[in-house]
Design a protein around this ligand. Structure first.
Ligand SMILES: C[S@@+](CC[C@H](N)C(=O)[O-])C[C@H]1O[C@@H](n2cnc3c(N)ncnc32)[C@H](O)[C@@H]1O
Length: 288
């Protein structure tokens, strides 16, 4: 018999083993991960994100509960809850094609994002992309659900997430709408966390964060991957920061179409300066 609590502990141990941040110096985060039942947020039927025999397999809790639960606690896997904005349905079985449009995010990545967000008790947080509500529940352990505004663009997903959270006694301010506009009515926030990737930072986000507040979001890069970005805001609508590491996320709805990287402010290829010498090679940015 597979036990969720044991799997959760195993997942924490695996994430601890990855090093490089994660739960490091964040005891609240480890405790939150151990307390929040991730399985509660995962629908009975979800797609596995890697193709097998050309299709994305469907994991069915009722048919194979052990397989489903083990998948829930695989530390490096997101579970796909929506394809093509709901046009591909779980009832149709394994999916041959389609674009992933919602998931229960990968545990290790969410832990890492919350590590870098570093919310303090009772701070006000705006979350973009509620999805299943799982990340919201982890955040709520730190700041309290009443201090969270969470925005989801898909009404069906938002309704399900609200139900998931409500069943655990959590009542954040849940908004159905386009999170690229933030949520001005409850601004300013101490932190913004987006679990949908952007190609450009929506102007509303830094405008709605207090001076010194932080934005954590995945951003598309020209390097064939998204990257985790940490920005610090000045309270005047400006923000600066650095890329942290590569990640992979679904794009916000309006930012799905590709855009020219030059137009988005990325350096051109010739702005990567390569130096080679006895000490090895170094690549940095700067005009040639
Ligand atoms: C990767 S999922 C978030 C998963 C969530 N962290 C969890 O663990 O359940 C990204 C979510 O962002 C939502 N989304 C996409 N564009 C959005 C937008 N402009 N505003 C708000 N939500 C958006 C999608 O519908 C999707 O549910």
């Amino acid at each position: 018999m597979v036990d969720a609590v044991a799997l959760r502990r195993g997942c924490v141990a695996a994430i601890d083993g990855y090093g490089g941040g994660y739960f490091h110096e964040r005891d609240w985060l480890r405790a939150a991960f151990l307390e929040v039942p991730r399985e509660h947020f995962v629908p009975d039927r979800v797609w596995w994100p890697t193709r097998r025999d050309g299709r994305f397999p469907l994991l069915d809790r009722n048919e194979r509960p052990g397989q489903w639960l083990k998948a829930v606690y695989r530390p490096l896997a997101a579970l796909i809850t929506q394809i093509d904005d709901g046009r591909v349905r779980p009832e149709d079985g394994p999916a041959a094609e389609g674009c992933f449009t919602s998931s229960v995010s990968c545990s290790a990545v969410i832990v890492d994002m919350l590590h870098h967000l570093d919310p303090q008790p009772h701070e006000r947080v705006l979350e973009i992309g509620t999805g299943s509500g799982y990340t919201t529940a982890l955040l709520a352990r730190r700041v309290g659900a009443a201090n969270i505004v969470t925005v989801e663009i898909d009404p069906d997903l938002a309704r399900r997430a609200a139900g998931n959270l409500d069943a655990l006694g959590l009542a954040p301010h849940a908004v159905v709408g386009d999170g690229e506009g933030g949520y001005a009515a409850a601004a300013p926030y101490d932190r913004i966390l987006s679990t949908a990737a952007v190609r450009h930072i929506p102007a509303a986000w830094p405008r709605q964060v207090r001076p010194g507040g932080v934005i954590i979001t995945p951003i598309d890069t020209p390097y064939n991957t998204d990257a985790l970005l940490r920005l610090v805001c000045d309270g005047q609508g400006n923000a600066t920061g650095r890329l942290i590491k590569p990640v992979t996320f679904m794009k916000t709805r309006a930012q799905r179409p590709r855009r020219s990287y030059g137009e988005l402010g990325w350096p051109g290829w010739s702005e990567h300066r390569v130096t080679v010498g006895a000490d090895g090679q170094r690549i940095d940015m700067g005009r040639p």
